[in-house]
Structures are given as structure tokens and as C-alpha cells.
Design a protein around this ligand. Structure first.
Ligand code: NOJ
Length: 477
């Protein structure tokens, strides 16, 4: 009898603490993510202009596997099905992107494509009618090709065109869209100015990517200030930016710890430090290393441009939240690799191994929260690719593992994550591997003209997690 009286409360208390850890806090939003080029199709319908992705996929099958986004999941015509799928997994939020040339086919204000505005209005209205909030990515890598002909992101004058585009979005959709991210994964798309194999394929390594970085940061800050000054009071939303992140030292040596810190500053800090740090501007380690290498190469100026003090102040603090995409952790060590010049070589870091490792995810979240305190974090992407199949138990285990780590970061470590949108709602066109790499919780039959969607086992798992707002007991650590 005594045993019962003493032990039972302890068991209950442990169980209670456990279930509190693995429950999403009130107000935490859960959803799924896609991007325009990867799902919409209708690449030249209803007045849409050509994007750098259309151009690249049509002309470079050697880098894109030969598949294209011409039809993709046909979401331009099937968006109502997409919304139903979101509803079926109990999503609160849908993160999608707006195709810039669907709104501005020439990139300029000479043509504003009403059919494009109508499409996104319909999608947004359908979401809201089903109780799902839109979270809009403004740039998920599809600049109008006409602006690329003018140089693309390395040309700072493009920033004005981007601001004009964003103004159209805030004007037309801001009454209903309360969450905006300006750019998706700068570390990835800016490689399109450093190598031939990512759109727009401008092979100017260590130069074009830094010029584009500089303009991208100015563009981001302009959008945030535009929203803050002209739309926030009436629309009351939030504007952030999304980074890819997951870097840890290979061993616990001091050298590897320093290499990991350098890697984080070159991979995320170069974009995030100017916006989220107390002092602003590029991280010192990035500034010093690129300047030193540029001088050693005999250049009259650094390959990484400098901000004026006024620009540093303008960019500093220009965000309401931090968006984070995480798939895996790269474990790094010190060493010089990569062509000269290149961002990789400037960093002095070698990625030794990449691991799917939820403890790396938790540590990465803690690093972000410590590095940029005071900003809420949204996990804008997280997911696993496979080769297909509806019995995707590996994906279920992945989500269980990573959602567990996320909840531990939130409820045990105090990391201020406020939302999570998995990648991806459905199988989509993957940038380097076409339709063969599957990330969806819904399968899409790309050989059928209907692009038939079918739930995988992971869709049922996610529906349970999102519906109950906790991780089912059997998946807890
Ligand atoms: C991140 C990108 O934002 C997304 O477009 C891509 O499909 C996923 N990673 C998977 O590679």
C-alpha cells in the first residue's frame, strides 16, 4: 500500500512533465510549405513572364535532370485540392511563395498581370475560408528573366524593382497575409552567381555571390522598412527572412569548434548578422578573411563590398522574426578547400560529413537563439527526401525525431520557436534532381495529367500530431 502511495505520484509527475515537454505551446502554428516554381506549373499561362528558373530549366537539363516546372504539380489549377490536403493534415498555416514574373512579367511596372494577382487572391481566400493562415515567401528564387538580363542580384539597381514588386504584394494581399519572408535561403540561391549549375548560372565565384549578397541585404531591409512605415499600422503583420542552417564541429577540439563558428558566420552570419546582431554589419571574421584574401590576390578592393555607417544602421533590426530551414547537420573541420576565389575558400572550413541528426537541430536552434536574442524563430522548412512510396515510415520517424528535438529546444531550453511548416506538403520539382527526389507527405503522380495527389502514411502521422498538438507518446524519448 505504502509503495503505491509513494510511487504513483512520482510516476504521474514524470508522465506529466514528459507530456508537457512534448506538447506544442498555445499559439504555436503548424503547417506545410512549398514554393511557386516547384509546384505551380502554368509557366507561360495567363500572362506570366519567364523567370530565371524557366530559362535555366529549359536550357540546362545537365544540371536539373531534364524535368521542368512547366506543369510541376499543376497547383495553378489545383490549388483547391492543395488547400483540402492542408486541411486534412490539420495545418494552421501554408507557406507558399509568389512568383515574381506572374505578377510583373517584365519585372517592371509597365505590365501588372491581373490574372496573377487573381490567382494568389483565390489561393489566399481559399486558405482563409478553411481556417489556414498564409505565410508568404516573396522570393523563392524566381526573378523575372528580363531583370537577369540587366545583371540580376549583383546589380543593386534591381533592388528598386524588387521593392516595387513587394509594394504590389503588400497592397493587394497584406489585408489577409500576416506573415512574410523576404528571401528563402540566401546561402543557396546566391550560389547562382558563383557557379554554373544553379540558376541563373552566373559563374563568378567569390565575386558575383558577394555582390549579390550586398544587394540582397539592402533589398531585404528596404522591404522591411516599407512594410514598417507604410503597412504595419493597418495590416499588423510580421516580416522576416529565411536561412538554411545546421553546422556543428566534427570533434570537440578547439580547432573544430573555431571552424564551426567560422562556418556559421560564413553560412548564416553573413546574412543574419547585419540584420539581427546588436552591432549590425557583416561578421568580423567574414570581413577580415575576405578582405585579407582579396588583398593577397592583388585586388584594389575587397570582393565583399562595404556598407556605409548609415546603411549598417538601416539594415540592423530590419526583421520581426528569424526563419530557419533545417534538413541535416554538416559537421565541419578546419582547412582550405574550394576554388580560388570562393566563399568556401574564404571560410577556411571543410565539411567533413553531413548527418541527419536531430540533436544537431536542437543545438543549432540554441545557437541561433543565443546569437540573435530577442527574435522569435519560425522553422519554415524541415523534411526528408526519399525515392517515393506511400509507406514512408522513414519519413514518419524523421518527423517524430525532429519534432521531438524541436519541442525539447522550445520547452526545455527556452528557444523561442513560434511555428513550424514542414517541407513539403506534396512531392514537388526538386532543383537538382527533378521529380525523382520526393519530400512530400502527399504523393503526386507526375505521369498523370491530373497530377493525382494521394496521402502517404506520413500525412496521417502529421495529421495526428497537428490535430493533437503533441508528439504521440510512443515517439517520445
Ligand atoms: C530548401 C529549399 O527552400 C527548397 O526549395 C528545396 O526543395 C528544399 N530545400 C529541399 O532541397
Amino acid at each position: 500500500m505504502w509503495t503505491l502511495v509513494i510511487v504513483l505520484p512520482a510516476v504521474l509527475a514524470t508522465g506529466w512533465a514528459q507530456s508537457a515537454t512534448y506538447r506544442f505551446p498555445d499559439g504555436f502554428f503548424l503547417g506545410a510549405s512549398t514554393s511557386a516554381y516547384q509546384v505551380e506549373g502554368a509557366w507561360n499561362e495567363d500572362g506570366k513572364g519567364e523567370s530565371i528558373q524557366d530559362n535555366f530549366f529549359h536550357n540546362h537539363p545537365e544540371y536539373t535532370s531534364g524535368d521542368t516546372g512547366d506543369v510541376a504539380c499543376d497547383s495553378y489549377h489545383k490549388y483547391k485540392e492543395d488547400v483540402q490536403m492542408l486541411k486534412d493534415i490539420n495545418a494552421d498555416v501554408y507557406r507558399f511563395s509568389i512568383s515574381w514574373p506572374r505578377i510583373l512579367p517584365t519585372g517592371d511596372l509597365d505590365v501588372i498581370n491581373q490574372a496573377g494577382i487573381d490567382y494568389y487572391n483565390n489561393l489566399i481566400n481559399e486558405l482563409l475560408a478553411n481556417g489556414i493562415q498564409p505565410l508568404v515567401t516573396i522570393y523563392h528564387w524566381d526573378m523575372p528573366q528580363s531583370l537577369q538580363y540587366l545583371g540580376g542580384w549583383p546589380n543593386e539597381l534591381i533592388v528598386d524593382y524588387f521593392v516595387e514588386h513587394a509594394r504590389i504584394l503588400f497592397e493587394n494581399f497584406g489585408d489577409r497575409v500576416k506573415w512574410w519572408t523576404t528571401f528563402n535561403e540566401p546561402a543557396v540561391f546566391l550560389r547562382g552567381y558563383a557557379s554554373a549549375n544553379i540558376a541563373p548560372g552566373q559563374n563568378a565565384s567569390g565575386i558575383g555571390d558577394y555582390l549579390a549578397t550586398h544587394a540582397m541585404l539592402k533589398a531585404h531591409a528596404r522591404l522591411w522598412h516599407l512594410y514598417d512605415e507604410q503597412y504595419r499600422a493597418t495590416q499588423n503583420g510580421s516580416v522576416g527572412i529565411t536561412f538554411s542552417f545546421g553546422l556543428e564541429p566534427l570533434t570537440n577540439s578547439t580547432e573544430d569548434a573555431e571552424a564551426a563558428e567560422r562556418a556559421r558566420q560564413f553560412d548564416m552570419g553573413i546574412y543574419a548578422h547585419p540584420i539581427y546582431s546588436a552591432e549590425g554589419d557583416y561578421p568580423t571574421v567574414v570581413r577580415e578573411r575576405v578582405d585579407a584574401n582579396s588583398a593577397a590576390e592583388g585586388r584594389p578592393r575587397s570582393r565583399l563590398p562595404s556598407f556605409t555607417q548609415e546603411e549598417v544602421q538601416y539594415i540592423r533590426g530590419s526583421a520581426d522574426f528569424i526563419g530557419v530551414n533545417h534538413y541535416q547537420t554538416d559537421y565541419v573541420t578546419s582547412g582550405v578547400t574550394g576554388i580560388s576565389p570562393s566563399k568556401t575558400r574564404d571560410s577556411g572550413v571543410i565539411t567533413s560529413v553531413s548527418r541527419i541528426d536531430s540533436s544537431g537541430f536542437r543545438r543549432s536552434l540554441n545557437w541561433i537563439a543565443n546569437e540573435y536574442p530577442g527574435y522569435p524563430i519560425i522553422i519554415t522548412e524541415n523534411g526528408l527526401k526519399d525515392l517515393g512510396g506511400r509507406n514512408d515510415v522513414t519519413r514518419i520517424n524523421y518527423f517524430a525525431d525532429f519534432l521531438g528535438a524541436l519541442l525539447e529546444a522550445v520547452n526545455l531550453d527556452g528557444v523561442p520557436v513560434i511555428g513550424y511548416t514542414l517541407w513539403s506538403l506534396m512531392d514537388v520539382l526538386e532543383w537538382d534532381s527533378g521529380f525523382t527526389a520526393k519530400f512530400g507527405v502527399y504523393e503526386v503522380d507526375f505521369s498523370s495529367p491530373n497530377r493525382t495527389r494521394t496521402p502517404k502514411d506520413s500525412a496521417a502521422f502529421i495529421a495526428e500530431v497537428y490535430g493533437s498538438r503533441q508528439l504521440p507518446e510512443q515517439y517520445r524519448l
